[in-house]
Ligand binder design. Sequence first.
Ligand code: HEM
Length: 412
Amino acid sequence: MHNLEREVDDMPDADTSETPSFPFPRTCPFSPPAEYARLRPVEPMSEVVLQNGRTAWLATRHEDVRALLSHPATSSNRAHPSFPATVADIGVFAQKGFLLSMDAPDHALHRRMVTSEFTANRIRRLRPRIQEIVDECVTGILERGAGRPVDLVQELSLPVPSLAICELLGVPYDTRSVFQKHTEVLLDRASTPADRQHAFGALREFLGELVVSKETEPDDALVSRLVVKYREAGVYDRELITGFAVLLLVAGHETTANMISLGVAALLREPAKLARITEDPSLTPGAVEEILRYFSIVDYPTARVALEDIEVGGVTVRAGEGFIASAAAANHDGQVFPDPGELDIGRNTSGHVAFGFGVHACLGQNLARAELEIVYDTLFRRIPKLRLVSPPEEIPFKDATVFGIHRLEVTW
Ligand code: HEM
């Protein structure tokens, strides 16, 4: 393959009818699209057609995904014309202040401003408060009484990370219905560009007002600390801090919420595995890593544009071509994770890329891990008879940029 961008632009009749459309749909909540396993051995770097009719490379092998995500000559800029359009209006994610979409040297500069907020030590100090939040939610569920169905998404999965990120940022929790609704619109693949534009506009307006209020009345939460830090560095920019806050709020609740629900569903589906962690909670951190690998809910946002020719997986990704380094495909590469479709809570998961890899690797991963560990330990210890109301295969899942489920009815 040569310069894909030019091929498609200059040759409107180029035949891509045989080229598979991407993203591939998930047909079962418990496994990634089967296409990944089919392509990996025969064409580990393959061509796919995107929403906008352009083509991009798809990497499905673990070693290629890591090589690509750690390659310095790549761009994360969602506004780049060759950035793989996994939704038609992908460019809208190049919001000012969105680390996710920044390149060097700006990316390193702004990431450094916030890394100290998410270190393992810092998050360890938040654990008692996360435990309190989880306990309050579980008490609320227990108060509903046995034998009554409860939607775990509304009662636990969404509230825990939403309240945690609100407290961390200094965002009032009573605004949750607003930001949860807009986040859902941003990530829903069925949203129109106008819907997404509106959702971003509303989030920026709401958080912009918050930033203004912290300029004059700072508290001891993260947004205020950012205001102070940027002012001290002499580079304060309200629009940028607003975008930063939008990204942290959006990324900080929806991803973890989906992981909580999916992990609970997976463990309830396999009671023998669940029993191992309830009998020995020291196994929970390993189980969390495995659940992250198994679902790989942030699968294809790990996309980039090559800024120079890159040799990988037996092909040359030419400068200016886009590629998707699929996290779910990498995490289900049987060469690295034997029997990858098996949820094996004791396996060695080191090297998984559920939080991405390279300079853009998830900033909030320590927070997400702490929330998941505390939720799984607390929920199954306090409600040992918890069970799913419907068969797990019938759980309604989302066609969204971040994979997840809409509802999870449980009872006990
Ligand atoms: C289980 C939950 C989570 C998963 C699976 C997840 C996954 C990811 C992945 C795969 C990336 C890399 C994207 C790329 O390379 O383009 C990423 C980046 C990011 N995540 Fe998370 N994430 C989770 C939770 C969180 C939380 C709780 C926060 C909040 C604080 C957060 C904030 C971010 C930010 C700010 C970035 C961009 C980092 C950068 O570009 O330097 N994430 N996440």
